[in-house]
Ligand binder design. Structure first.
Ligand SMILES: O=C(O)[C@H](O)COP(=O)(O)O
Length: 317
């Protein structure tokens, strides 16, 4: 019976699909590297989330391991170079959680513009003057810069345009078609015009620290930054300085470095943190989980999933 390592929690509907297909689920109780490596020994497939899957765990799995599936769009935490060298296919499940991430992005944009979390804290704390002191603003008719034009970026751009009549600017060096929205020549061009900046680009070496000190200096003063993509896209120290100077008016982060809410960024009333909730709805979890299992079943039957992200030997196209 083939075995599939489940590194982080997956929806029951996906586990049932695995069982119905005759694949044993090996469930990790935690994501400590030693636990993952111990349980990986001899598995045929792996499904992992943001904990990823590294070279040591791949080696611990041994030659039975054929495929590692990223439960979601991002596959940056899976060591693709090691996988390629070891003949392991890596694939992801793009689009399956896009709707949930889009909805959270809109929620965070509104929450930041209207200071909803701070208002809630003020009310619970019995602060009488919040309504008088807080300046909140509409999104309607303003300009949004969407950075990254995949499933999520496109959906967010369309929703912001259709719901609020926002002017949409797109920054995506890879997009062939921006759906009739204006493509900006450079990130700085877009930032200088945007009231709202929303990040939907993958984590790659070239996108690390994309939103850093120099680029933040190009922002329109008071802009709102929303990041539901990956923590490493933003230089958090530079963001804290931009918030202190008012260059950035508010930030809403669904991804951030460990401890950020307790650090300098957490001191700003106008920063909102959510614990990577983007894809964590039952609806998305069912779609992503079942999509991940479908990729495992395909790979175990020798079929290369269309979302393969590497080209190891033995998996020729
Ligand atoms: O890459 C993604 O799609 C998101 O980070 C969500 O991933 P998750 O399925 O681990 O929540």
């Amino acid at each position: 019976m083939p075995r599939c390592l489940i590194v982080q929690p997956m929806h029951k509907a996906a586990l049932d699909m695995l069982a119905d297909a005759g694949v044993e689920a090996v469930i990790c109780p935690d994501t400590l590297p030693e636990t993952v490596a111990r349980l990986a020994a001899g598995v045929d497939a792996v499904i992992t989330r943001d904990a990823g899957f590294g070279a040591a765990a791949m080696r611990a799995a041994g030659p039975s391991l054929r495929v590692v599936v990223a439960h979601g769009a991002g596959h940056d935490a899976i060591d693709k170079a090691a996988a390629t060298e070891l003949g392991i296919l890596v694939c992801n499940t793009p689009g399956a959680n896009a709707r949930s991430v889009m909805e959270l992005t809109l929620g965070l944009a509104i929450a930041a513009a209207r200071k909803i979390p701070a208002a809630d804290r003020a009310e619970r704390g019995g602060e009488a003057g919040f309504r008088a002191r807080a300046v909140t603003a509409e999104l309607s008719g303003k300009t949004a810069l969407v950075v990254g034009w995949g499933h999520i970026g496109q959906g967010v751009g369309r929703m912001l345009h259709d719901a609020f009549g926002m002017e949409i600017l797109v920054h995506s060096p890879r997009a062939r078609d921006t759906g009739g929205f204006e493509r900006v020549a450079t990130l700085a061009d877009g930032l200088s015009r945007a009231d709202l900046i929303t990040l939907h680009t993958p984590m790659r070496p070239e996108t690390e620290g994309l939103i850093g000190a120099a680029i933040l200096a190009a922002c329109k003063p008071g802009a709102i930054l929303v990041n539901t993509a990956r923590a490493g896209l933003v230089d958090e120290a530079a963001l804290a300085r931009a918030l202190a100077s008012g260059r950035i008016g508010a930030a809403a982060l669904d991804v951030y470095s460990p401890g950020a809410p307790q650090g300098p960024l957490g001191r700003f009333e106008q920063v909102i943190f959510t614990p990577h909730l983007g894809g964590s709805t039952p609806e998305a979890m069912i779609r992503v989980g079942q999509g991940s299992v479908a990729h495992v079943l395909d790979a175990l039957s020798g079929k290369r999933p269309a979302t393969a992200q590497n080209d190891p030997k033995g998996w020729n196209r």
